[in-house]
Design a protein around this ligand. Structure first.
Ligand code: SF4
Length: 96
């Protein structure tokens, strides 16, 4: 059995035994919509800035999942229309 604090940090959207791997994320990011120049994606500098903020955030677990919304930040931070789920997009906003 896991300690209460650890259980509180589980993603609410996944089974407790499901584990995301970097390889799975890499596979998703290899799809055409994430290729360089995609109309859906932010410029690389914006992406890196978003990820830096996520890496410094206490809401990030296992280095890839945001517990505030359940997203995989390496994927979500790529997308122009997404923003940090904290109130007001506290850490990063949508990209116009
Ligand atoms: S999206 Fe926002 S709340 Fe989630 S890990 Fe990144 S900075 Fe933290």
């Amino acid at each position: 059995m896991r300690a209460g604090n650890e259980a509180d940090r589980d993603c609410k959207g996944c089974r407790s035994d499901f584990r995301v791997t970097e390889e799975r994320i890499d596979k998703i990011l290899s799809s055409p919509m994430f290729r360089p120049g995609s109309v859906y994606c932010v410029p690389d500098a914006v992406y890196e800035e978003r990820l830096a903020r996520c890496r410094a955030c206490p809401k990030l677990i296992d280095g890839h999942t945001c517990v505030a919304c359940g997203c995989l930040v390496r994927i979500t931070a790529k997308l122009k229309e997404k923003r940090c789920p904290l109130p007001g997009g506290a850490e990063w906003e949508t990209y116009a």
